[in-house]
Design a protein around this ligand. Structure first.
Ligand code: ZN
Ligand code: ZN
Length: 335
């Protein structure tokens, strides 16, 4: 099969021939339909110390059609259209029973969506209803990331919510906050670029960050935010969130910053801020995201800005490392 491979930091990705995968016990192989490019694909191939292993096929926001099933698989059959978590656990430990498969001590990664075929685990696969496209299926992972964070917030009805960052995860947090109890939701970003997108996903208003941001936020929300979702992952964003949130407020970090990000505990203490870090997703969250799209809440489709083939992926990765106008780029390995 053909696959786009991360070779090493600082070198372009390479499209090359790789052996077709075969399903192990409890696994299926899918013909990849779409795979979304994620910020972590850029950050964790940048040579800053937390990179994926060299010579790896990445891609963890995928959907596709089952073409082969392994031993013991009962819930999937050839022809099923599915998405799946890009990880599976042992299925038996405390973490797995809580649905937190990424924290299973025996977690196995199942990335590899930048290829014509890939393996998935039966245990983490979710069927796509007929009304949903393969593009929709590839939106489920980033939607589930936002959903997990919003669930950790446990929003009371009418809560005032600020989302810092209007990338895919911030947009997903906006979408879910609006559907899971929030009152006013305001999206904030450094640029105007994603204003329309944030409003389309449910934000009541959109403000620019920078000089005077606290006033703009308070005005747009008619008060300070009870909840701040940090969804940009840049250094300084945690303290910015703490500064903006209301006393006794809750900051939820979804940004996945991989550099030291200092906060002043005294300011957090004065405001008695609660700070939560949100990690990934669970199988029920994947299913819930699929069900929400299937019920007609297809606003997240606005996030998709480009569909490209495998051959265009190496150049797109380099484009996305600089200033660009994309939000969610979907790769169709068969285009
Ligand atoms: Zn991702
Ligand atoms: Zn486990």
């Amino acid at each position: 099969m053909r696959a786009a491979v991360f070779k090493e930091a600082g070198k372009p990705w390479v499209v090359e021939e790789r052996p077709d995968p075969t399903p192990g016990d409890g696994e299926a192989v899918i013909k990849v339909g779409r795979c979304g490019i994620c910020g972590t694909d850029l950050n964790m191939t940048s040579g800053k110390g937390y990179d994926f292993p060299c010579d790896t096929i990445l891609g963890h926001e995928f959907s596709g059609e089952v073409v082969a099933i392994g031993k013991g698989v009962t819930s999937l059959k050839v022809g099923d259209r599915v998405t799946a978590l890009p990880a599976a656990g042992c299925g038996a430990c405390d973490m797995c029973r809580a649905g937190q498969v990424v924290m299973c001590p025996n977690m196995s990664p199942y990335a590899g969506g930048y290829a014509e075929y890939m393996r998935i685990a039966e245990r983490t696969a979710v069927q796509l209803p007929a009304a949903l496209s393969l593009n929709d299926g590839a939106l489920v992972e980033p939607l589930a990331v936002g959903l997990h964070g919003v669930r950790l917030a446990n929003l009371p009805l009418g809560a005032k919510v600020l989302v810092l960052g209007a990338g895919a995860v911030g947009l997903a947090a906006t979408f879910w906050a609006k559907r899971l109890g929030a009152g006013r939701v305001v999206a904030a970003s450094r640029s105007e670029r994603r204003r329309d997108m944030a409003l389309a996903l449910g934000a009541d208003d959109y403000v620019l960050t920078g000089e005077g941001e606290a006033e703009r936020v308070t005005q747009a929300l008619d008060g300070m935010p009870d909840y701040v979702f940090e969804a940009a992952g840049a250094v300084g964003l945690l303290q910015q969130s703490i500064n903006l949130v209301k006393p006794n407020g809750h900051v939820i970090s979804l940004g996945f910053c991989m550099a030291p990000d200092p906060v002043i505990p005294g300011i957090s203490t004065f405001k008695q801020v609660k700070l939560t870090f949100s990690m990934a997703w669970t199988v029920p969250e994947f299913q819930y995201a699929v069900d929400m799209l299937d019920s007609g809440h297809v606003e997240p489709r606005h996030m998709i800005t480009s569909n490209i083939g495998l051959d265009a992926l190496p150049d797109m990765i380099e484009t996305l490392r600089g200033p660009h106008n994309e939000t969610k780029v979907h790769v169709d390995p068969w285009a």
